[in-house]
Design a protein around this ligand. Sequence first.
Ligand code: GLY
Length: 371
Amino acid sequence: MTARIEVGDGSPASPRYAVLVGRGLLADGGSAVHGLLPPGVARVLIVHPESMEQRAAVLAAGLRERGLTVHLGLVPDAEAAKTATVAAQLWQQLGLAGFTRSDAVIGLGGGTVTDLAGFVAATWLRGVAVVQVPTTLLAMVDAAVGGKTGINTAEGKNLVGAFHPPVGVICDLDTLTTLPRADLVAGMAEVVKHGFIRDQRTLDLIAADPTTACDPSGPVLAELVTRSIEVKAAVVTEDLREAGLREILNYGHTFGHAIEQVEDYRWRHGEAVSVGMVYAAELACLAGLLTEAEVAEHRRILAAVGLPTAYRIGPEVDREARWAALATAMGRDKKARGSTLRFVVLAGLGQPQRLAGPSDDLLRAAFDRVI
Ligand code: GLY
């Protein structure tokens, strides 16, 4: 069965599009993707990494059968895709192939590929349609939905980008069956995040049977993906440009991004966010907003799916220097205003709020509880 989730309210500030979640959606050679393209599209560029070459070829053949001219844009995998150089190569490809405003880009791959494809679509002729086809759990429940697109610069991740909602998103759960286990588990961090900020049933489903919850062929993960996208859809429909509410989707990300930076991006994003959520929970507890039991619930759920709940450093690492580096990295967080740090915290499960300007002592005390 295919679930259909609507995102956006159709206003100019929040265009409406559908996210389809199901199995076999890519197997029939592109009818689902074709169905989401706007009328009048003559050319498409499928942006994909090498690992998706076969799926891209099947999709291309299906779209050609439906009368489209299809180009393939092979890009590096992971963060290496999100550079100005790779974006420029794709712009050149679009230019040489004569892509017009009524043509489209398709992003087929993980979050880095959908971020890049979205950015290229946002910038080509000031914006052409993009259909996102995420093939990792993280991209399905987060990166490909909501219209954030971007590339990295030498100074940091996602510093150049645009809000450019897709015209549709296809989540074929069959692609998760070949996803490395560690990547599936890392993607669960965003699922759990949506549970903590808005959806108790997500937490209950995971707690009831964490093994089944992480089975890519089973019905529970299908429900979790659908519920997760529903949470994200509701939030971004209300606040596409992160003027306020959308910040709650950054739960766990302030400390998580700091870990990623300090660890030179050797940690998976989801793993860092997992520890970041425990840090945010400890901070909330110290601020009198969460109970010890609710913090323990964070650790229990995250550990149950195999995510880290502590920040481990080797004996050779100086703890004080590491804390200083993390604190500096948190100061560069996009939610920071001037020199004031802002955290998304919970005042009870499902009740996100902002915590602005926590004292250095509080920040440090929370660190001591997760290290
Ligand atoms: N990943 C957080 C957001 O889309 O706002």
